[in-house]
Unconditional design. Sequence first.
Lengths: 611, 185
Amino acid sequence: MSTYAIGIDLGTTNSAVSYFKLADATARGQAQTMLAIPQVTAVGTIGEKLLLPSFLYLPNASEFPAGALALPWDKNPSLLVGDFARAHGSKVPMRLVASAKSWLCHAGVDRQAAILPWQAPEDVQRISPLTAAAHYLAHLRAAWDQQFPAEPLAQQDVVLTVPASFDAAARDLTLKAAEAAGLPQVTLIEEPQAAFYAWLEQMGEGFRKQVKPGDVVLVVDVGGGTTDFSLIAVTAKDGDVTLTRVAVGDHILLGGDNMDLALAHTVNQRLAAAGKKLDAWQFNALTHACRQAKETLYADPSLTQCPLVIPGRGSSLIGGTIKAELSREELTRILTDGFFPKVAITDLPQSARRSGLTQMALPYAQDAGVTRHLAGFLTRQARALATAHDAPVPVNGRTFIHPTTVLFNGGAFKATPLKERVLEVLNTWLAADGGQPVKELDGAELDLAVARGAAYYGWVRHGHGLRIRGGTARAYYVGIETAMPAVPGMEPPVKALCVAPFGMEEGTQADIPPQEFGLVVGEPTSFRFFASSVRRDDRVGTMLEDVAGSDELEEIAPIETTLIAQAVQEGKLIPVNLQAVVTELGTLELRCLEKGGPGQWKLELNVRMKE
Amino acid sequence: MEQPIQSKSSFGQRLAIGLACFRRALGSADFCRSADALLHPVPPPAPPAAPKPVELPPERRHAAGLAVLSLLQREGRLIDFLQEDMAAYSDAEIGAAARVVHDGCREVLASHLTLEPVLNESEGAAIKVPAGFDAQRIRLTGNLAGQPPFTGTLKHHGWVATSVRLSTVSETLDPRVLAPAEVEL
């Protein structure tokens, strides 16, 4: 029996750790139970902070004096993690690994190959996104073990957060990273749910006054690099309030960092027009200054402008300083109107056709309008729920799902005007569609809520408090090629067989579809794997025709196995059925069950590059 | 059987002990050794000489102070600002640079110290300085005559660090290097 339930928020920009002492058996209220994480903040200096920036720097052998990067638990680390890694990495970007988490869910690359820093020159030692994530977790684990030597992290109840939009392959990789960091038993929880748990813990029993059965909570999470939407329905079952996570949105690579860059580019153009050209270092300083100015202007509505100062690079500070300013008009035009435009519910995100060669990189969102992405999410889910027969949220012919309450999360919402804008847009849509205005739930610390909520969930799992139900956020399908005469130049259409229905609860097994497959012993076999976040009614065994044109299915990593059977000779064909299982930890496993025999093989998600 | 020795032993007791020692010395080598140690006490070894205090160079003795300067330079460019000659610039230019220094150094103070005024009254208000006041926290100026308690006007509320969270710098580094030279490749 472990002493603590620990929530780890492995964020794209920052990671945090919160802990819950299980023996206390009550919610923590306002108590600060965040782990102070020692990290290198400057050469030869170790500072303790509540956030660990998710940045990794790969130093050159001769770059820093010997022993300057020492940590309390490692006198001579070969990689640098945390605050100084981010600060120095901005000056040497080709040695900096950033946004490893976004790479972890990017299906277009081999996520276990050493590809980061992306497009670094030959002699820079590279690591894989999986290794980077493992390093962050290992650092957090060492920080914990150092402060709680009698209760090592590997023996506690560890809950790790992932974006709700992470598919089975990305979750699998997250677990592999945890295992590599020495944490073999972790549970996964979705970040918007963790934010809601943090709110529940903060409210205690008072939450019943804020949300009632019939309410639909929209969680909007805009962090440094990503945007995530989730819907949680509040229903009553046998007189008890139940919470069900109803829908999740796509993983959108759009966040606070985009906003700072947008401001910096605008000011840069203005300066260039005035004849002052900035080099890369100065542009970085400008981005930082814009971030500060943005926070100042949003915090104080009476200011009409904020000065921006870009310090000179050399020792001549006064002589080298470049002055500019950010006006409120620019801030509103670029950020409030640019990233949260007032749009109609019918305005969907534009995905412009990519022309010709596109540099292989992270699939950043092409449309920067968060409100458009929100409109797209609510409309798509309404269409999906309208056809579902047991929808927990009533749709009743509406064009989009009507939320009744909104919970904001993520650093971008420290700016109150942005929250107000989102609420304003939502209320406009609701008024036009005959709904009630939404209410905002008062969230807690926007940076720390996810970690705190995850730790609270670790306690809730033991049967206390209210648990959010929901199961898997997607239905999963296996691709089957149809048998057709070969036609040159035409690919045979691929059908999709449903193996795991939407909303499978943790710790359950799906039914076995009747279709059988022949696998050859000793030869590797590969299946294409698809997921859908909108098809809610497909049962196991449902076959979908022609996957290629469907916008409801997205392809994720192929799954493979090599059948190794002891008593059977190589080359023999064995008939198998497929079965999906959702583990207690929240991951999807696929098994091949021998038909009429005892054989059982596990299929692995192959997260290497699609051929 | 033998009576324990009293502090003032009589002749008879001394004779009895002497004979007992004689008997045992003849019989036991160990007893001989013990008796020999009593007869020829070895002077205890002289205590080791106290180590001479190592004379640390000034940069080592004040390494912590230098580390704070280095921190203010790294985060707020303070040394660059102070080293520059102000005469050549206008107030506006100096003001712009001062913003950089202010932002950075203020952040350093906020994260490493908690600063509070020594006296909470507002500057310009009347102040009573009681007898037995802490002479380090309150400095008196003006018409200083007689003995406390005094009445006066608060001119500067003072600063005291109520919490110190400075980090220690590794001792392997040379404290004299306040900022490394930057070379762009």
